[in-house]
Ligand binder design. Structure first.
Ligand SMILES: C[S@@+](CC[C@H](N)C(=O)[O-])C[C@H]1O[C@@H](n2cnc3c(N)ncnc32)[C@H](O)[C@@H]1O
Length: 331
């Protein structure tokens, strides 16, 4: 069976195997292979390959299935859908009985899972937190790793989506050392922490006190406390950063438009804005572009640098990002 693997020198194999296993990215379903001094470590199919340490080489390789492992589908007779956040496994089933059967099968299998939860509500309220049915275990706090950063968080207290790893990486890759990076809706820091690791001076604001507590802990955990200021507030109430920002992230897709006046106040002479939105697929970027132009002109010239489709959100609804350059207009 052809599977995605990390290819490495054999002598580095054990340390890389341990790093992949700690990140929940190593598949136990296939045998590890060695050929010509190189080792092939199979990746867990639920892990986004783009979220693996970019220094690892990822290749397709035909590997034998391990005979000794038991997987949920061996118990259930079908392949269940689930995703992983640290050592929490998340399932998404409307039928409680089916959810429980899947959770029990995952627990009995050889998959690593401390806690297994089912989604019990949509993402709700100003703080964008979801309710969960905890089916196995009890701890909803975990440490999730992506692109070389570690994020401590409690899924019952804060927002976090592992599905946005590739998008966050896309944004953070353009961050330059020393730039002023302002995240208006920072959560536990999945934009702020990697931006600070690239040498930016970062400010992260969030209305949720738990998210700000985790952002501080994550700055400490990732060794960037000196470059991160974490502020618990409604971002509209924050003072002292007028004209400060070289880059602003606005990831509050359903209502970011209401915060554009604040973003314009924060923007420096030249500022890149990453504006997240959810719109109908017939015109996913038009409403955001119009709102940004209305808020920023005539003080700024507005250049749309990139229109990014992030993911499908619901039938005919797209989660998109506008990357926008704001340039202060001549007097
Ligand atoms: C969709 S989450 C994004 C979190 C983080 N940027 C991420 O990508 O994981 C939006 C965040 O905005 C915060 N929020 C909502 N209204 C806010 C406001 N008026 N001021 C500051 N933060 C706010 C919520 O608490 C939530 O953590």
């Amino acid at each position: 069976m052809s599977v995605l693997c990390v290819r490495a020198d054999r002598e580095d194999g054990e340390s890389i195997r341990r790093r992949l296993a700690d990140a929940g990215a190593l598949s136990g379903e296939y045998e590890i292979d060695v050929e010509d001094g190189e080792i092939y470590l199979p990746l867990d199919p639920t892990v986004d390959p783009d979220a693996i340490d970019p220094s690892f080489e990822i290749v397709q390789r035909s590997l034998d299935r391990r005979e000794t492992q038991t997987f949920p589908k061996d118990i259930l007779g079908f392949e269940p859908t689930y995703e992983r956040l640290g050592d929490i496994v998340i399932i998404d089933e409307d039928d409680d009985e089916r959810a429980r059967a899947i959770a029990e099968a995952i627990d009995e299998s050889d998959l690593r899972a401390e806690t297994i939860v089912n989604r019990a509500s949509p993402i709700e309220g100003e703080l964008r937190v979801r309710q969960w049915d905890v089916l196995i275990g009890e701890d909803t706090e975990t440490v999730h790793r992506e692109y070389g950063c570690a994020f401590e968080l409690d899924i019952a207290e804060v927002y976090f989506s592992p599905r946005l790893a590739t998008e966050r990486h896309r944004v953070v890759e353009s961050v330059a050392p020393g730039e002023h990076f302002f995240d208006m809706f920072a959560g536990v820091g999945p934009f702020v922490i990697p931006a600070a690791k690239r040498g930016a001076e970062c400010v992260g604001v969030d209305l949720n006190p738990e998210a700000i507590e985790y952002l501080r802990r994550n700055a400490n955990r990732n060794g960037v406390t000196d470059r991160v200021t974490a502020i618990h507030a409604d971002v509209r109430e924050v003072s002292g950063y007028g004209g400060w920002a070289d880059r602003i992230v606005m990831n509050l897709p359903h209502s970011a438009g209401e915060f554009l006046d604040t973003a314009v106040e924060l923007a420096g002479e030249e500022c890149t804005l990453h504006y997240y939105d959810i719109q109908h697929d017939s015109d996913p970027f038009g409403p955001g572009e119009a709102a940004i132009r209305e808020a920023a002109t005539p003080d700024y010239e507005v250049t749309i640098e990139n229109r990014q489709e992030v993911r499908s959100y619901a039938p005919h609804e797209l989660n998109v990002c506008l990357d926008v350059r704001l340039t202060r207009s001549a007097e």
